[in-house]
Design a protein around this ligand. Structure first.
Ligand SMILES: [Mg+2]
Length: 398
């Protein structure tokens, strides 16, 4: 069929302080809730307890991948990965795309993954693969003049509904979200006193939001099974809906145990730092959780998310992708086992709705009263543009 071939793949980094934030959403200015004493496994070192930036959470920066077709059409995507991912895209993965039909996304994905298997499989390599894959879907949508969600099978409902992640679930409720997910502030190193503060915060939020509003805790890999079990039981009386990413993502056996330990009805969720069908197979087949939360910019892109999602569906697990804005929305609207979406409150005080990937993307849709009509996604590709005012660097060429 008459589609143009891929002419060139280009990879750029957006450095912090020059339009930082965006896809590297931890790269925020001082005083932002996302970097205020959040529990992590680095909290055992007092010098790294107050700020995640102190141990380098924002060192990578945003990766921008552009894929240009012979007719001049350009697909693009943003994710994290920065300069190291630029190297992989330019020096390694570009060879699997240039001169090819862009609709051969299965073969392209397969060659990127198995061509880098000896050093890849997870982490930043799969971030880079995800960035290329998302840019490819954006290009396909632009060539067909169709939104990505059409190409994924079409919408199964008229609108998306969102819960909000941030420091102020009480304000999120007023803004119309269906729930609020708090970061956990105190890790095991802060002992019983820290545990008490964690429980008090949920109790306080419950008193502000009333009975029916969802409240969740995101533990960002900071806990051990024993602590997570205690936290789950102590928060149960305040209606904690789920406990997220409580322990080390490599400890599948720990998640399996935690899932058995939590009070009946409380959900265990995880997976934002998991990747590929093989990683999620471990979580699903070992019965580690109720909801998997792949990040479409990190798990292998849309091509891989479709496989992960089919596997989850067969295991009766929900798929609620981690953050990632339009890259998630075009998927969530097409799947019954993805009934709602996450919205990261990127306003420094979590007191209003701000575009998640600001300032890097233009035309990024945001929820109104916690909802977004599918018609907001009715543009070719992912329907967003790169902000020309954000400075791009291309550290490598091939
Ligand atoms: Mg999370």
């Amino acid at each position: 069929m008459g589609y143009p071939k891929i002419k060139q793949v280009r990879a750029y980094v957006i450095k912090g302080g020059e339009g930082g934030g965006g896809a590297d959403y931890h790269d925020q200015g001082e005083g932002h809730w996302i970097d205020n004493h959040i529990a992590t496994s680095m909290g055992r070192y007092p010098e790294y307890r107050q700020s995640r930036k102190s141990f380098g959470i924002n060192v990578l920066g945003t990766l921008v991948v552009e894929i240009e077709a012979d007719d001049g059409t350009v697909g693009f995507a943003v994710t994290t990965g920065g300069e190291p991912a630029c190297y992989m895209v330019e020096k390694h993965f570009a060879r699997f795309l240039e001169g090819r039909n862009p609709f051969e996304y299965e073969r392209i994905w397969d060659q990127m993954y198995f061509g880098s298997q000896y050093y890849g499989r997870k982490g930043i390599v799969v971030n880079a693969i995800s960035g290329v894959d998302l840019a490819l879907w954006d290009l396909m949508g632009k060539l067909r003049q169709e939104p990505v969600y059409h190409m994924l099978g079409g919408a199964v409902r008229d609108e998306l509904q969102f819960y909000a992640t941030g420091a102020r679930p009480d304000l999120a409720k007023e803004m119309g979200f269906i729930g609020g997910k708090l970061p956990l502030y105190h890790g095991p190193i802060e002992g019983d006193e820290g545990l008490k503060k964690n429980v008090e915060l949920i109790a306080d939020m419950r008193s502000r939001v009333g009975e029916d509003f969802w409240l969740m805790y995101d533990c960002w890999m900071a806990l051990d099974v024993n602590y997570a079990t205690k936290l789950a039981h102590k928060c149960h009386e305040y209606g904690l809906k789920w406990i997220e990413e409580a322990i080390n993502p490599d400890d599948y056996w720990g998640y399996q145990q935690l899932k058995k330990n939590v009070p009946a009805g409380m959900l265990v969720t995880t997976g934002e730092h998991e990747s590929t069908r093989w990683g999620f197979k471990m979580l699903l087949e070992m019965g580690c959780c109720d909801i998997i939360q792949p990040d479409v910019g990190w798990c292998g892109g849309v091509t891989e998310l479709l496989k992960i999602s089919a596997l989850a569906d067969a295991h009766g697990a929900l798929v609620v992708p981690h953050g990632s804005s339009v890259y998630s929305y075009h998927f969530v609207i097409t799947r019954h086992n993805s009934p709602f979406a996450e919205f990261l409150m990127m306003a420094p005080k979590a007191d209003h709705v701000a575009p998640m990937f600001h300032p890097q993307l233009l035309n990024e849709p945001i929820p109104e009263k916690g909802r977004l009509k599918v018609t907001a996604l009715d543009k070719p590709g992912f329907g967003v543009n790169l902000n020309p005012e954000v400075k791009l660097y291309r550290p490598y060429e091939h």
